[in-house]
Design a protein around this ligand. Structure first.
Ligand SMILES: [Zn+2]
Length: 324
């Protein structure tokens, strides 16, 4: 597979040099459907073209779609969306925490080997166009560019451990970056420990939702281990106001950890999308929070968070097992 990009960012339309990625929303969902959020699915292309166009108009040039297998991931629609909006779209493979899979779903019971195999195929050959929901795999041209994994609140269940191990194996085999949903910002150290036991260093891992556990001491510890910390609650004031994110960024920058922070919108509900009449809308991060960060800390720090740091995370590393 010598045409597989090395140290490039892998988007659904092909490899992009890290320095060409541009301002990046590091955690979104462009199409989503999960039994954990009944009534909140969004899987239609046209409204998402409108929503994602507003993200681009607000200044973003790239979006990481951290939607793992089984949650409405749609590789063909992601390519159309990238073509229509001009955004670089980084798609995910991987698995979420247990609550997103109905009883009896194969993701809860398949062995680690089989799970790792699917992830490697999505990353190196092309994502299955029916998202591995059958009846037969149908490989498309879009490759995944990140491995998304998930942990439950205050615990890692045994299927979650198995999926984290499978994800780690796929990361080692391909050089892909890893992003992990930490429910309410818990289990971050444990996730890094488990991935590390399987050969993935913290520097290849981004931990999502840490602003739901807004403890600057914890975030500094994770950064000291080398991990990326994602603040992805912008605009969702039921969790916290944006002022908290500004404070956290300030604390982390003061402690010398600005190089470990990523920002995302993580719009995961139909009711959060402007295109469906809700809010804050996917553009909120770049339209509202990023300008406030520029105002508070200057453009250099803001650019580090949305340009330099995502370019570092999302660039593939040379794989340990070339062609694997
Ligand atoms: Zn998410």
């Amino acid at each position: 597979m010598e045409d597989r990009p090395r140290r490039a960012v892998q988007t659904v339309l092909g490899p992009v040099a890290p320095e060409a990625l541009g301002p990046t929303d590091a955690h979104e969902h462009l199409f989503l459907r999960t039994p954990a959020l009944p009534g909140e699915a969004f899987t239609e292309l046209e409204p998402m073209v409108a929503e994602a166009s507003s993200v681009r108009a607000a200044g973003a040039r790239a979006v990481a779609d951290l939607t793992p297998i089984g949650l409405g991931r749609d590789p063909r629609a992601l390519r159309l969306l990238a073509e229509r909006t001009g955004l670089h779209v980084i798609a995910a493979t991987g698995f979420h925490r247990d609550v997103h899979y109905p009883d009896g779903h194969w993701a809860l019971g398949e062995p680690e080997d089989a799970l790792a195999e699917l992830l490697v195929a999505d990353l190196t050959e092309g994502m299955d166009e029916r998202d591995w929901q059958g009846p037969r795999p149908r490989q498309g041209p879009a490759r995944a560019g990140v491995i998304k994994l998930g942990a439950s609140y205050q615990t890692l269940t045994s299927p979650e451990r198995r999926r984290l191990a499978a994800g780690a194996r796929a990361a080692v085999a391909t050089g892909a970056p890893v992003a992990v949903h930490c429910e309410l910002g818990t289990m971050a150290h444990e996730v890094l420990d488990l991935l590390g036991q399987h050969g993935v260093p913290p520097g290849r891992v981004a931990l999502a939702h840490l602003d739901h556990n807004p403890d600057p001491g914890l975030h500094a510890e994770l950064a000291e281990r080398g991990a990326f910390v994602i603040y992805d609650g912008a605009g969702k004031v039921k969790y916290h106001p944006d002022s908290l994110l500004i404070e956290l960024v300030g604390r982390m920058a003061e402690a010398g950890h600005a190089g470990s922070l990523l920002l995302g919108g993580d719009i995961a509900r139909r009711g959060n999308l402007r295109a469906h009449g809700g809010g804050p809308g996917m553009a909120h991060l770049f339209a509202v929070l990023v300008p406030r960060l520029r105002e508070a800390f200057g453009g250099e720090l803001a650019d580090r968070l949305v340009v330099a740091n995502p370019a570092r995370l999302f660039a593939f590393e040379a794989a340990e097992h070339p062609g694997g």
